[in-house]
Every structure is written in structure tokens, then in C-alpha cells.
Design a binder for this molecule. Structure first.
Ligand code: ADP
Length: 253
């Protein structure tokens, strides 16, 4: 049995009178990609940001790698990597300068070129963040989550707005990070993406977890109820056509 690296028990979060998270519990296992899925407003970001120590919970308990969120938030910060929003990057600095800045904040020594190579951005080392394409910006923000060599990385909708090639490129990067032994928690609105990437997913609706399991098990359970897709599925879809015509290589120049 895999080791539990995050344990969330009976988590509640209210914003004034509104209860956004209504008593959710789940475990994340070490080395897995865990997906939080759910409609807008379900409570995904609230849950993630509480675990990331960025938001206060109303009640419940959270352990991250054995550390209690109530007692050791600063120790938790040291072992997690959180993607910054675009506004967190100074527009006038180039990628090397930004990495050095973040490394200084984390008190870490890193080789910026080595880090940029990991996310396939070495040739953009002297470019400014604002000059990057959407996919490159996402890859760079993932690179910044790696600076403190975290055990757990949180990615909130990492592929939203990317073209199919850049999306696949990012999937490879995420799978590669897991291969190094890092645990990842991601949110996404793309179910195909969750199916490809996630070892397990929790589906949240109205502040409650309504299902939690591997994508394959959840699909099998639905099929077992007699569910069938209403239309005959073709052997390919439009995305296959697009990729087949335009190729896998990323275009971001
Ligand atoms: P999701 O990430 O699943 O889209 P959120 O966690 O962002 O959901 O939001 C859950 C609910 O909590 C939503 O109804 C949202 O409007 C509300 N909410 C989120 N942040 C705040 C806040 N700072 N103040 C008041 N309500 C909030």
C-alpha cells in the first residue's frame, strides 16, 4: 500500500454565511498524480489553497508529509511547490533573473540553465516572461515550482488555453516530474487530460466529494450501471485529426 503524503479530514470552509467546502476527506498517496475535478465554484481552489497554507480553513485537520497544518505551516511551505499566477512574475526580468530571484527567496542554490532545460526553455533563457507564448509561460511557471525541490507540486488548471501540441507537451512534463518521485495534485476541466494523467481523481460538487477513485474504476462503475454512450464512437476524434494534420511538435515561436 502506498504511503499517504496528504491527509485531509472533514475539511470545512465558510466565507461569511456561505459554506464553500462542506466536510471533505481524502488521502493523496506518495508519487501519484491526484486530480481534483468539479464544476466552477465546486470548492477546488479553496481546498488546494488551504492545503498550500495560503487560505485559512474553518475546521478540519490536514497533514502534509506528517506535518500538521495547524502547527507547522512554515515547514509545509518548504516541501511544496505552488504555481504562481502570471502576475507574480516581474515583466522586466528575463527567465534566468526570475529563477535567481525565486531561488534567493527560497534560500536555494539552483542552476537556472539546468532548470530551464528540464522544461525545454533553454533557448528562451534571456527572454522576458511577457515575451513567452502561453505554453512556454506554463512550462516556466512549472519550472519555478521545482526550485525548492518539493515533494509535492500543486498545479491549478495547468493546460487551460493551450493548443493541443502545447497541452501534450505539458502532459509529458507532468509525467516526467512524477517519474522523479514527486507527488502532483492538479485541477483540470479537461476529462481527457485527467484520464491520461491522473492515477486517482476526486470529483467535487457543491463543496462535497461525490466520487473518488482511479479514472478507469469510475468509468467501469458507470458502465456497470448499464450506461452507454448515446452515439457510436468513431475510432478517432477531431483532436486526432488536428494532431495528425499539424504534427506533435510545438509551435510557439
Ligand atoms: P472552484 O475552484 O471549484 O471553481 P472555488 O474554491 O474557487 O471553486 O470557490 C468555491 C465557492 O466559494 C464559490 O462559490 C466561490 O464564489 C466562493 N468563494 C471563493 N473565494 C471566495 C472569497 N474569497 N470570498 C467569498 N466567496 C468565495
Amino acid at each position: 500500500m502506498a504511503k499517504t503524503i496528504i491527509q485531509v479530514k472533514d475539511l470545512h470552509k465558510s466565507y461569511n454565511d456561505f459554506e464553500a467546502v462542506k466536510g471533505i476527506s481524502f488521502d493523496v498517496y506518495e508519487g501519484e498524480i491526484f486530480g481534483l475535478l468539479g464544476p466552477n465554484g465546486a470548492g477546488k481552489s479553496t481546498t488546494l489553497e488551504i492545503i498550500e497554507t495560503l487560505r485559512k480553513k474553518t475546521s478540519g485537520s490536514i497533514l502534509v508529509d506528517g506535518l500538521n497544518l495547524d502547527n507547522d505551516p512554515n515547514e509545509i511551505k518548504k516541501i511544496i511547490g505552488v504555481q504562481l499566477q502570471a502576475s507574480g512574475f516581474y515583466p522586466g526580468l528575463n527567465l534566468i533573473e526570475l529563477i535567481n530571484l525565486f531561488a534567493g527567496l527560497y534560500n536555494e542554490v539552483v542552476d537556472p540553465m539546468e532548470l530551464l532545460e528540464k522544461v525545454n526553455l533553454k533557448d528562451k533563457a534571456k527572454a522576458k516572461y511577457k515575451e513567452l507564448s502561453g505554453g512556454q509561460k506554463q512550462r516556466f511557471s512549472i519550472a519555478t515550482t521545482l526550485i525548492n525541490k518539493p515533494k509535492i507540486i500543486f498545479l491549478d488548471e495547468p493546460t487551460t488555453g493551450l493548443d493541443p501540441q502545447a497541452r501534450r507537451n505539458l502532459w509529458d512534463l507532468i509525467l516526467d516530474i512524477r517519474k522523479q518521485g514527486t507527488t502532483l495534485i492538479i485541477t483540470t476541466h479537461y476529462m481527457d487530460e485527467a484520464e491520461v494523467l491522473c492515477d486517482r481523481v476526486a470529483i467535487i460538487d457543491n463543496g462535497k466529494i461525490i466520487a473518488i477513485d482511479s479514472p478507469a474504476k469510475l468509468i467501469d462503475d458507470l458502465v456497470d450501471t448499464g450506461f452507454e454512450r448515446p452515439v457510436q464512437v468513431k475510432k478517432a476524434n477531431l483532436e486526432d485529426v488536428f494532431i495528425n494534420l499539424t504534427g506533435y511538435s510545438i509551435r510557439e515561436d
